[in-house]
Design a binder for this molecule. Sequence first.
Ligand SMILES: [Zn+2]
Length: 504
Amino acid sequence: MVIASKDKGGLDPKKPVVLAQAGIHAGEIDGKDAGLMLLRDITQRGKDGLLDQVNFLFVPVFNADGHENSSPYSRPNQRGPEIQGFRTTAQNLNLNRDYAKLDAPEMQAMLGLINRYDPDLYLDLHVTDGTDYVHDITFAFQGWNGRYARSPKSGEWLDQRLRPALEAALSANGHFPSPYLDAVDGDAPEKGFNIGADTARFSTGFGDLRRMPTVLVETHSLKPYRQRVLGTYVLLEATLRAAAASGDALNAARAADRTLRKDRVVLSWKPLKAPIDSFAFRPIQRETWRSEASGRDEVRWTGRPGPVIQAPVFGSEPDVVVDAPAAYWVPAHKAEVIDRLRRHGVRMETVTEPRTVEVEVTRLVAPKSPAAIEGRFPLSAQDYVAERRTVTYAPGSVRVSTDQPLGELASILLEPRSPDSYLAWGFFPEILQRTEYMEGYVIAPLADRMLEADPKLAAEFRAKVAADPAFAADADARLRWFYEKTPFYDRRYLIYPVGRETRR
Ligand SMILES: [Zn+2]
């Protein structure tokens, strides 16, 4: 990382800190060259005034191993540079899916940097593939047209202060900026684009949760490398100027967002079917041709601009929303999860004596683990049922209060139904295993005594035998039915052990 600053003896806390990071996907390396050009011009060609009111942190290559894993064959959909790095790390992890779970040492280091310097603005520099269009540089953040920002004041600053400054500077320098373009149909972009809420695994979703205004920048893979680098350069310079010009407003926005305490937390989003907005889209014309290899008509982008169209924008709406608890309790034996929370900078109280608390734990109903992604076997369940329990947490367990600036982030990481929780990422596989059992010669006499002693239980059992022939014919299932009702049954089986201390 380069620290570009005029401050001597430490960074002046009154100046905004802008962190720009290139090469999270190392084949998308425009930002490295653009940032180094800008640093050259700051140090040697008279642009040092950019640092009068701003401090600039620059990470030229975030995914260093991916950058060294280079070849002319890494980015088949991209024009230049000639030799390109690879998207994922040596561990084959996509860093732009790792912001919540923090598996990669690279991401753990980045969190260390973020905790240390507390950037006021975070730029994540990429190159996008896919559909061709005139726009050569696109960008995204939570808060576009006032939507989706969990940190509303920061979102407003990005939308009303930064965005117009970037659009003006890019247009004045011959570029064609637009919102980040995720086409509904890549072969027919006139059908519209998705501009929805980003989740915590992505830089933009994560930065929003962290109360750290974050911008995704994507130059377009089919534009010449020179044009892409120059566009990124203009964007970086304009960002430094905007942060300098309205640094006080940026500070105030972040401070306001950090005082937010939410009673309800949106855990996930679902797409909306009807468009919510539109914008002026500049298409590239296309034609189709018959491929012998595919046996169908394939798209060919002609390179000729078409007339500007108002393209529809599709958004998202909250899906799963929960009440925020007062705190979460993470048992001491989940040291890995406690470590990740600490790396995030989440504040917690570590108990040194056993502490007995009434909490809500979660029973997973019909859990399933889909195919491995991002080095993990994720876990989801058909249903999640809350159970009140009195739990004694051993020394080393932590209480994570939601009454803190990162309280909403803690909910996203710890709520069982959050798609970016440690449960969902597969950090709790041990709860899928039931350990103890009862031999038939132990449970059968006990079960018969239970039938004699409890008429209500007996009636329930006989009704089930009558109604369910498969059950009636399965002796083991019948005995298991009783076993599950005894205190010998494994109380931890299928229980997500992170407790929710609910509000009184
Ligand atoms: Zn990328």
